[in-house]
Design a protein around this ligand. Structure first.
Ligand SMILES: [Zn+2]
Length: 253
């Protein structure tokens, strides 16, 4: 199976899972570039997966459904204006045309109902985990997001990370302010700057790479603890308090 990014809006990635002449799509905020890609490559859409209710992730669903009568998977505990299968933690989605299956993980925080899809060493995490960063808090809480990221951080090292936005370089700049001595971060910045300069995505990353560079997965390290305490005295008392402090700091960065 191949995973292909389709660009949408300013910095969204709509990920397509392609196998043979079929494709499933994750978070189609806009239908037009997806339909164009399917047409160019003579692919039939077989499923639509959505991680959360924000428009830039679901806006293209109705137009795609007009073209193809396919199942849509969307988080339970949330209402959507299109027919869908509500999914949550513990559910497994069989994508028979792609000869694969994905497990659903509840990862609240960015929104209260956000889910991720995981299978075959790949994680489609929407706006929860980004390259070297994490999502903002909308109607979830920072504590929820901390625990969701801890859950994702427990996946295998070689898990490929497919977030829904290209935010990596900006996130690395923020991370370097907190963690200036981190050699892996310095190396990541150079590598990702080179990718962007060539017009390539910085994604997917690997979970090992995120664990060594992403400050939101490094709240247990002395460097990030220290940086958190500088902005919010006492925030170094726990990983969770450190996380909440640096999430707040990022809001004003
Ligand atoms: Zn969102």
């Amino acid at each position: 199976m191949k995973i292909v990014p389709v660009h949408a809006f300013r910095d969204n990635y709509i990920w397509l899972l392609v196998h043979g002449s079929y494709a499933a799509v994750v978070d189609p905020g806009n239908a037009a570039p997806v339909l164009e890609f399917l047409r160019q490559h003579a692919l039939a859409l077989c499923a639509i997966l959505t991680t959360h209710r924000h428009d830039d992730h679901i806006g293209g669903v109705p137009a795609l459904l007009e073209m193809a009568d396919v199942p849509v998977y969307a988080p339970r505990h949330e209402s959507f204006a299109f027919p869908h299968h509500p999914v949550g933690e513990g559910d497994r989605i069989s994508l028979n045309a792609l000869e694969t299956a994905l497990d659903v993980l509840d990862v609240p925080g960015h929104t209260a109902e956000h889910v991720a899809y995981y299978g075959g060493n790949r994680l489609f995490c929407g706006d929860t985990l980004f390259g070297c960063g994490c999502g903002r808090i909308f109607d979830g809480t920072a504590r929820q997001l901390f625990h969701s990221l801890q859950k994702l951080a427990a996946l295998p090292d070689d898990t490929l990370i497919y977030p829904a936005h290209e935010y990596t370089l900006n996130n690395i700049r923020f991370a370097r302010m907190l963690d200036p001595e981190n050699q892996a971060l310095i190396e990541r910045e150079a590598a990702d700057q080179a990718r962007i300069a060539q017009g390539l995505p910085t994604l997917p990353s690997t979970l090992a790479q995120e664990r060594s560079t992403n400050p939101f997965l490094r709240c247990h390290t002395p460097g990030i603890r220290h940086a958190a305490a500088q902005s919010a005295p006492g925030a170094d008392a726990s990983d969770e308090m450190t996380f909440c402090a640096i999430r707040e700091l990022k809001n004003h960065y």
